[in-house]
Design a protein around this ligand. Structure first.
Ligand code: ZN
Length: 814
């Protein structure tokens, strides 16, 4: 056992005792080591000197602690993995932020580059727990949720198991044993202990922390509980073998470098010009604020004697031409005055009787803001809300700067966002699919996914019949970069930028060294299940990585998404592509932390549809290089990742009924030599980024195939009633369907309608609800699939009785 695990309880207690309002995202004033003694220290250095900002591994005890980090404004990335003693999350932290978190008792570990082996410690911990559990009181019941085997890159085979115990407390230990293939002994494959998975303080189920590498495909797995429960289930195959494209003329692989938003937008514009019959560009109505910033300069060293100025005009619009000088008059007893000549501002500092400067930072700030000619050019402020009582030092004339480093080819004007619309018939009559990428600036692989998908559709249209069907039968909207300003900033100024560039910070966090922390998290700025509605996973702090903005839909980038889905109501599917970790997710995407109150779950039939669609979509991802997205990273967002208040997929699903999926590209890579999974990060070497773009473009094509099947679905579902248990006094039954569908039923003899009870799921990641009757009952029911086809062409609002009907007998001979 590593010593780092000792004292975890103490750390957890410290973490939970933190005040919720603590805004870690706000730049700490002079926290941490200074570059020079007494000098003002930037918490996030500009990209030219990004020393120390790193993707750090943090281990917290539970989901509540993740939510707490989220609330504190820690820049958590879209990655979460259960590990011994809690959850591993990754955060972008400066050394000062790491230090601050550690001071609060939070277990901030190493940068992700050197992942450590925790398996041994894990096994040891579980053995200790198992020993404590021998006096378990009651036998528990085990409900198998999922038991799956799959291959991933290099044909390595894995086993993934999820089981729920009726006890589920911390003392309950579940162990899985499996065979080594058909005809082998039940325990010949191996044995491993499952981890207890909790979220927001609630027991969810047990599972392997990550899929276990196995040599052969097991046929069955037996799970036994320290409380006496036991269950044996067949192991099913997760994701089939990759489908190879049958068409040797199919072309792919159109991206050869990471592209900034200007390049990406030029590319889709040029594609629309090349393929005018099947593609067009849509200019989105809301221009972004633009890749531009006010110009600034800061004077001083110690906080009390430091002030900074910010130009009224953007740097590119004259702000960069403003200069400020702080001059010390030769005379003693001189007054503080401000003079302005053109764009040159001169502050003549006051001197005392001995001729030394006596003007404080606060006085200089007040004088600058009070002089109309100066105030027309700039505003002045003391350092991060400091009272500014220290005397300032003289300084030569200093040009203000917007500090932006992108080449001239990147416009400093508001950005015109463009979507590419692809389809033979673009009149709204075809089912629409909205593919959008790069809501988060630093996720550089994601726009490549969107561009690659567009190119494959357009360049294969004439040569591949399957592509032609997609383009002929669908109306496809591709928005390759939702966050162009932030992404330009990520490319040229600060590569870890996540948000857009719009600064909502007051003077206390608006100094030049705070500039890498400004902006709104676009995937927290939407209007459903938002921070403003009380949901978890977004921040009110303007410097937080998950800042929700001043109001719902405050940002033009977010409003453009809403506009597109409202303007084209034929859109029924959407894919929000992010990075990294390898996830496939769907709504709900947020909960209120108190009681883990989720946005409404999709109904049973829709949830089943999501799972069945995921097979097709994830097999498409796998077809490129064999990457299997894990079963444990597939499902509703909060079940597999975390709550994300105000995200766009929820916006599209709950407001407009658009099936809103999320990808996280960049699945962990399994290292055969160390037998460890390795996270890939946001900007892997292009060789890896390229593979991720290719495989998830294949996934997007898979989505289009799912959408086309939906559009053409005229098959009515078939359902059956199945008795699952009988006693002398009751009978339990459920229904089965030949495709994902909802079942409406009655038990009281009445005609079933769309207002009748609807079959639900037995629980998260479980199968169908089981219904129990205590006397012989005639069940009446019908099934409806996701496309609205009704079993046997029954009309729930009509008068005919062509629904299903079956008597469920209780007692007597059976
Ligand atoms: Zn993201």
């Amino acid at each position: 056992m590593r010593s780092s695990r000792l004292g975890r309880t103490g750390r957890a207690a410290a973490l939970l005792a933190l005040p919720v309002a603590l805004a870690l995202g706000a730049p700490p004033v002079l926290a941490g080591p200074s570059t020079q003694a007494g000098q003002v220290t930037p918490d996030r250095l500009p990209s030219t000197a990004q020393d120390g900002v790193a993707l750090m591994r943090i281990v917290v005890p539970d989901q509540a602690a993740v939510d707490r980090l989220n609330d504190m404004g820690v820049d958590l990335v879209e990655y979460k993995k259960p590990v011994a003693g809690g959850l591993e999350v990754h955060a972008v932290l400066s050394p000062q932020e790491s230090q601050q978190l550690r001071a609060l008792g939070i277990d901030v570990r190493d940068p992700i580059a050197d992942q450590r082996d925790y398996a041994a410690g894990q096994a040891e911990r579980r053995a200790a727990i198992a020993e404590n559990a021998v006096d378990a009181a009651e036998t528990d019941t085990l409900t198998p949720l999922r038991a799956e085997s799959f291959t991933s890159i290099d044909k390595q085979r894995f086993l993934s198991v999820e089981v729920k115990s009726s006890a589920g407390d911390a003392e309950t230990v579940l162990t899985a044993t499996w065979d080594a293939g058909r005809g082998t002994a039940p325990d010949s494959g191996g044995t491993a202990t499952l981890a207890r998975f909790t979220d927001a303080g609630q027991y969810m189920y047990h599972r392997f922390d990550e899929p276990l590498a196995v040599d052969a495909r097991p046929t069955k797995v037996t799970i036994t509980s320290s409380r006496g429960g036991s269950v044996t289930v067949p192991v099913t195959e997760w994701l089939g073998e990759p489908r190879k494209s049958p068409n040797p003329h199919y072309v792919s692989d159109f991206v050869d470098h990471y592209m900034d938003p200007t390049e990406v937008t030029d590319r889709i514009t040029s594609l629309a010009r090349q393929f005018p019959r099947i593609a067009q560009v849509i200019d989105l109505p809301y221009q972004t604020n633009g890749y531009r910033r006010a110009a600034q300069a800061q004077f001083g060293t110690a906080p009390a004697s430091t002030l900074y100025v910010t130009s009224k005009a953007y740097g590119s619009e004259g702000g960069n031409d403003v200069s400020v000088a702080l001059t010390q008059p030769a005379a003693a007893g001189a007054p503080l005055t401000v003079s302005v000549a053109g764009k040159a501002v001169t502050v003549n500092l006051a001197t005392d009787a001995a001729g030394a400067v006596s003007s404080t930072a606060a006085q200089v700030v007040a004088a600058l803001n009070a002089e109309p000619a100066a105030a027309a050019l700039l505003t002045a402020a003391t350092y991060r809300g400091n009272a500014g009582t220290g005397a300032v030092a003289a300084a030569p004339a200093t040009r203000l700067s917007d500090n932006l480093k992108a080449p001239e080819s990147v416009s400093r004007k508001p950005f015109q966002m463009k979507a590419l619309r692809i389809g033979k018939k673009r009149d709204g009559s075809k089912v629409g699919v909205f593919l959008y990428c790069q809501e988060h600036a630093r996720e550089w692989v994601t726009p490549l996914v969107c561009v690659e998908t567009a190119e494959r559709l357009l360049r294969n249209y004439a040569r591949d019949p399957k592509t032609r069907k997609l383009v002929d039968d669908l109306d496809i909207f591709i928005l390759p970069t939702v966050n162009p300003d932030g992404a330009h900033y990520s490319f040229y100024d600060y590569n870890m930028q996540r948000k857009n560039m719009t600064n909502y910070c007051a003077a206390s966090a608006a100094d030049p060294a705070s500039r890498n922390s400004w902006g709104v998290d676009l995937n927290r700025n939407f209007s459903v299940g938002s921070l403003f509605d009380g949901y978890s996973g977004a921040s009110t702090s303007c410097t937080s990585g998950t800042f929700a903005g001043p109001a719902e839909l405050s940002e033009p980038e977010a409003r453009n998404e809403v506009w597109l889905t409202e303007r084209y109501p034929n859109i029924k599917f959407a894919m929000n592509t992010h990075s990294y970790g390898g996830y496939f997710m769907w709504p709900p995407g947020a909960y209120k932390a108190d009681g883990r109150q989720l946005l409404p779950r999709a109904d049973f039939g829709t949830e089943n549809y999501f799972w069945s669609a995921s097979d097709h979509i994830l097999e498409a991802v796998k077809s490129w290089r064999g990457t299997a997205i894990w079963p444990g990273r597939t499902g509703p967002v909060p079940d597999v990742l975390y709550s994300a208040a105000g995200n766009s997929a929820d916006e599209h699903w709950y407001n407009r009924g658009i099936i809103g999926w999320d990808f996280e590209v960049g699945a962990d890579l399994y290292d055969q030599a160390t037998k460890q999974f390795q996270p890939v990060g946001f900007q892997p070497p292009f060789a890896e980024g390229h593979e991720e773009a290719m495989e998830f473009a294949s996934g997007q094509i898979g989505i289009l195939e799912v959408a086309r099947a939906f559009a053409g679905d005229r098959d009515r579902p078939d359902s059956k009633l199945r008795v699952t248990a009988r006693t002398d006094t009751s009978t339990t039954f459920t229904f089965t369907e030949d495709e994902p569908a909802n079942i409406y039923y009655t038990l009281d003899g009445s005609r079933p309608t769309l207002n009748s009870p609807k079959l639900t799921s037995a629980g998260m990641r479980e199968g169908a609800q089981q219904l129990t009757v205590d006397r012989t009952t005639t069940v009446r029911w019908f099934a409806v699939d996701i496309a609205g086809n009704i079993e046997n062409n029954y009309r729930p609002d009509g008068r005919h009785d062509n629904y299903n009907r079956e008597q469920v007998r209780v007692g007597g001979r059976h």
